[in-house]
Design a protein around this ligand. Structure first.
Ligand code: VG1
Ligand code: CO
Length: 554
């Protein structure tokens, strides 16, 4: 037991910071920004000030283990105690993946959860840090809440913090501090139980532990290391060493924990058998810093996240949790339309939301959808209210165990049946904010003149800035990305990132549909060559940014 006598809490005076506006997924800044005097405290107090039910509540707390995680957790515990939180459920070592927090909020009927993560952004002393608040449904707090937190942060004049000693983060147990109980739990157990309730672990084990099957999961030295090792190696019988970069390091091993073909190079080399030993594993996957993203690969084969969503949807009846069918499917607007075709065939509704998981929450809560996903390597279902990397990997393994086919065969058969949506995203990172804004203003101004124009034999039929009307709470969200849609269904979309911490990042999303199987073997960049050219021309990317090439292509 860890007891403190009753201590009187003296509010601490503070000054607002002007830059505490949460983006696509929480507040993300350089570690050095978070380390400024009272910066973290201000933001946490602003969150608490927006929670009238904070007194006597339960909160889930943990992070992806990046640099500053442990220090931030101790501060948040002391502030939660001072603000009257009755119970904190904390991951051992300060660790929780984002989907694990989402699950624990729901399982424990908690008021919400605080996740310390900047997701796929690099970590370490010179890297990024971040804070997300998730509400009682387990999902990212809606815009209305994050806007209120920002308003609060602009007026803040004091915060509350209890003068108590640090909690031993590494030893499971229950500690009491002031009137707050802190329960330190194993971060993996509850999540494993949830996965076991959704999938056919026996069938997956039979697949994975067979002599002729091998897999590689790249945890990228981030939060999924302990989850993946437990699930794939210890429970499902994958060979020891199948999970690579499994150790969760505060700087993520100096890498960029974004599971795509560029940043998960180690996995990509293994799956494309760079050493030509003739032994690429049958299945490969990676996750990101906080465990909500996933990349799926077969031997010599990459599955785009948009295709992955569509394929999981088309095969969901093979997974125990979804055997009775899907209610509907949602995808973010820039995600390819592959999933829409599956929804159509299944006779279920499909929804198109703005980028960011917070927009799926209402659709899931209202039972309008079962599956949802984004092109940015995020897929999820109604089992939690976040995207979930390991869940997506288990979906694929469960489907493969049932279909007894390779990743590539499953994908090719899907294309044969539904057609192929060629898809790519070009990112121009760290461009001067002013240049990015000018590019956007110019595009916006000329949108009207684009309709009816012909580029490379395609006629523009829609050119607008995407607005979303939430069918559940009827809220309206504007300016969610510029769309140029052509008469053959091809699309070019422009957005500015809301998760970066340096300059601006321009994202250009490009998609074209090819129905005929004879057209399914092209290289993606070649298949989209003329649309890429149109995108560069219409937005005058070179003129505004001086960049002749994107910095990352996924
Ligand atoms: C990016 C992705 C978006 C995703 C968000 C958070 O946002 O494009 O699809 O939901 O990251 O994911 P943006 O605004 O930079 O495009 V995570 O795994 O970083 O929480
Ligand atoms: Co993430």
């Amino acid at each position: 037991m860890f007891k403190n006598s009753q201590i009187k809490i003296q509010p601490v005076k503070t000054q607002p910071y002007t830059d505490q506006k949460p983006g696509t997924s929480g507040l993300r800044k350089k570690v050095k920004v978070f380390q400024q005097m009272d910066y973290l405290q201000n933001f946490i107090q602003s969150i608490f000030n927006c929670l009238p039910e904070i007194q006597g509540s339960t909160l889930i707390l943990g992070g992806d283990g990046r640099y500053y995680n442990r220090e931030a957790i101790q501060i948040i515990i002391r502030m939660a105690a001072a603000n009257g939180v009755a119970k904190i459920i904390l991951g051992q070592g300060g660790i929780f993946s984002t989907p694990a927090v989402s699950h624990l909020i729901r399982k424990n009927g908690a008021l919400g959860g605080i996740i310390l993560s900047a997701s796929h952004n690099p970590a370490g002393m010179d890297g990024d840090f971040g804070i997300k608040y998730n509400s009682s449904n387990g999902g990212p707090a809606p815009e209305e809440f994050t806007n209120a937190v920002y308003e609060e942060s602009q007026d803040i004049s004091y915060y509350k913090i209890a003068p108590i000693k640090g909690i031993p983060l590494d030893i499971p147990g229950t500690y009491t501090s002031e009137n707050t109980e802190i329960e330190v739990i194993d971060p993996v157990n509850d999540y494993v139980e949830l996965m076991q309730s959704l999938f056919d672990f026996d069938k997956i084990r039979a697949l994975i532990s067979a002599d002729d099957f091998s897999m590689c999961f790249d945890a990228m030295h981030a939060v999924t290391g302990p989850y993946a090792t437990r699930i794939f190696e210890e429970i499902l019988g994958a060979a020891p060493g199948s999970v690579i970069r499994a150790e969760c390091l505060p700087n993520f091993g100096g890498g960029h924990p974004d599971p795509n073909l560029i940043h998960a190079k180690q996995l990509v080399d293994i799956m494309f058998d760079a050493e030509e030993t003739g032994s690429a594993p049958n299945f490969g996957a990676a996750s990101d810093g906080d465990g909500d993203r996933n990349m799926i690969m077969g031997d010599y084969f990459f599955v785009t996240p948009s295709d992955s969503l569509a394929i999981i949807a088309a095969n969901a009846h093979l997974i125990p949790a979804y055997k009775d069918g899907l209610k509907g499917i949602a995808r973010s607007m820039p995600t390819s339309q592959a999933a829409d075709r599956v929804a159509e065939k299944l006779g279920i509704p499909s929804y198109e939301t703005p980028t960011g998981w917070k927009f799926f929450g209402n659709l899931l809560d209202d039972k309008r959808i079962t599956l949802c996903g984004e092109e940015s390597f995020g897929t999820g279902s109604d089992h939690v209210r976040e995207k979930d990397g390991i869940w997506a990997v288990l979906c694929w393994l469960n489907i493969m165990a049932e279909r007894k086919q390779s990743v590539e065969d499953i994908v090719r058969q899907h294309w044969a049946e539904y057609g192929r949506n060629y898809y790519t995203r070009h990112d121009y990172e760290n461009i001067p904010t002013e240049a990015a804004n000018k590019l956007f203003d110019n595009l916006q101004e000329h949108l009207g003149t684009l309709i009816g124009r012909i580029f490379n034999n395609r006629t523009v039929i829609i050119a607008d800035n995407f607005s979303y009307h939430d069918p559940v709470d009827h809220s309206q969200t504007d300016n969610q990305g510029i769309r140029i849609i052509f008469d053959d269904g091809s699309r070019i979309i422009f957005r500015l990132s809301g998760t970066g911490t340096e300059g601006a990042t321009l994202r250009v999303y490009i998609e074209r549909y090819a129905k005929d199987i004879k057209e399914h073997d092209l290289d993606t960049q070649e298949a989209l060559y003329d649309l890429i050219e149109t995108a560069e021309l219409v937005a005058n990317i070179i003129g505004y940014t001086g960049r002749h090439e994107p910095s990352v292509i996924t």
